[in-house]
Design a protein around this ligand. Sequence first.
Ligand code: HEM
Ligand SMILES: [Cu+2]
Length: 702
Amino acid sequence: MTPDQPLNWLLGRLDLSALPIWQAIQNPTVSELIGAGAGMIVIVGGLAVIAFITWLGAWRALWCDWLTSTDHKRIGIMYIVLALVMMARGVIEGALMRTQQAFGLHGGFLAPDHFAELFTTHGTIMIFFVAMPFIAGVINYIMPLQIGARDVAFPVMNQVSLGLTATGAALVMISLVLGRFSTGSWAAYPPYTGLDFNPGTGPDYWIWSVAIAGIGTTLSGINFAVTIYKERAPGMHLFRMPLFCWTVLCTAIIMIFAMPPLTVATLMLAADRYLDFHFFTNDLGGNMMNYVNLFWLFGHPEVYLLVLPAYGIFSETIATFSGKRLYGYNSLVYATMAISVLSFTVWLHHFFTMGQSANVNIAFGIASMCIAVPTGVKVYDWMATLFRGRIRMSVPMIYATGFFFLFVTGGLTGVMLANPTISYQVHNTLFLVAHFHNVIIPGVLFGLLSSYHYWFPKAFGFRLHEGWGRVSALLWIFGFSFTFFPLYVLGFMGMPRRSANFTDPAFEPLMLVALFGACLILSALATLLFQLWISIRQRENLAVPLGDPWNGRTLEWATSSPPPHYNFAILPQVRDRDDFADAKATGRAYEQPDQYEDIEMPNNTALGMILCLAATTLGLSLVFYIWWLAILCAAIILVACVARTFTLSTTHIVPAEEVAAEHRAWLAAVEAGSAVTRLDEARTANRGLAQLERPDLMKAAQ
Ligand code: HEM
Ligand SMILES: [Cu+2]
């Protein structure tokens, strides 16, 4: 018995060498110092947030009003805050990789392993902890309002989903301070991520953060789909739903079917690593291609899961800011459905070069190209919506314009890659990196940023500063173009992806252009933060409490900003597609109801937070082999879930008088408010009441 055995039992494989600062002291290279610095930033940042909340005296409010809340709007906002925090890290990592490659001819300053860790965390974070939570947040906030519901179908499960997503993000952040994250890319292919090649903590961090967050996303999918099926307001037929809700429904169904293959793949990888199974190693009959198939059975639908809600967002903003009804509603719905189904039939295009026959490749190549057809339908529908519209070039429309030009390029290079013969030439080069950023940034990220500007006034009762919003949008558009267009050329020239350095001097000039682009993107992020700061300072001037700052068309604009926690004093009676536009045109909007009723709303609960803390500790103990702690945490999770089923009082009543008082006060403010035309939309005069202009013109435009 060696003296450190008791400690092994207590702390598993956790020891001093897990601390990056310790590593940096042992081996003080620039690469290690950057790693240690990042760890310090996490620690100091965490302490600063704790100190700030204490200074504000806001712990109680944070706990009671936010962390234990089951309100879909608060949960939505928390998702978006999580996404923005993680985005800051992801973008900085992207810029760091660009800097490394810009100096790559001379070796750069990062060790190859550190570079590998960077593209792994960057990819994992951007997909699972930026794009997904941002989308889940926007859906959470907006979808129940748009269908005239009081909340999602399962409010507590909604909180649990957020808790599990936050767990995954927390594990990735903790890996900066304890141990190391994986170097096996965001796709984590075995055998490289198997125990033989990678005995460290990295792949285990990846496995548990992705597996736990993935379970949260599956639950969200179920929640969103059931909400749309069961919670629509009276008269809100499926074909009267705003297009955003249609895209949410399709995305939710994709979540339900696409996330389980990922969870299964990660858990099988875990079985290989922890229990000496051989699912994915060639020993004892395993085969890594099984992993690759499972992963991309998730991975391809995933990109549509991300982009469909963005299509929905653009459909809403383009219609609103063109002052027109959306053109080709039915074709947009069918195109969305077609894309969702097709998205499950193309996964093999991610490994054309991995050994199947030419015929199989061709079948999947053709299926992939087919997706361009419904996507094309959508682009034409949006353009037809703009045609003869009275367009206002506000910030969401600038993003939409950037999306039109850039996303179509990204889609076209996708059609190129769907061709197996071309894929053989450019796979694993920077051409691919350019392609997928070209669909994800202008498609998903611009959609989300556009929604942030469009719906921010709904959530907080004041608009975002217009001027800084424009600056930021333009910086994103130009920053994106400078960063990623050179990569297409570099890919053709033969620069492989995921390599920390290169030997061909011809690559260097374009690498420097890409670095310049990355600096523009960093300034875009900084301006976005600055815009938020300025807008909060000027919130009195920018306030739109009456709720309808953009002359909106759908139900979320039919309530105050921010909406009461029960959303609508009286559930809307829907008579038309774009019901709020119709209500304003026919004088049904802002009506005083004859009587009010009590409203039943879900109670707060600590379940989501308990599961989040227990699952984070569980993940950590599994990463470091601290078995007693893992068993303890698993038991806590089980007990918490079972105990919850014994909770009898799960809802409370908001009395009719309280609802009536709030609603009457808001109606009185609307009555007293002065409506503005669209010309004054970006001015202080805009208090959230839109003046109907030329009803004849509006009718004609519909
Ligand atoms: C905003 C600025 C961004 C910059 C500067 C950036 C930069 C980079 C770089 C340099 C790489 C490594 C390329 C290589 O393999 O050589 C990379 C990979 C990747 N990026 Fe980004 N990126 C950005 C945004 C995004 C966004 C928004 C997403 C997704 C939502 C994303 C997802 C990915 C993924 C999945 C990978 C692949 C990681 C891997 O190889 O495993 N990136 N990015
Ligand atoms: Cu794909």
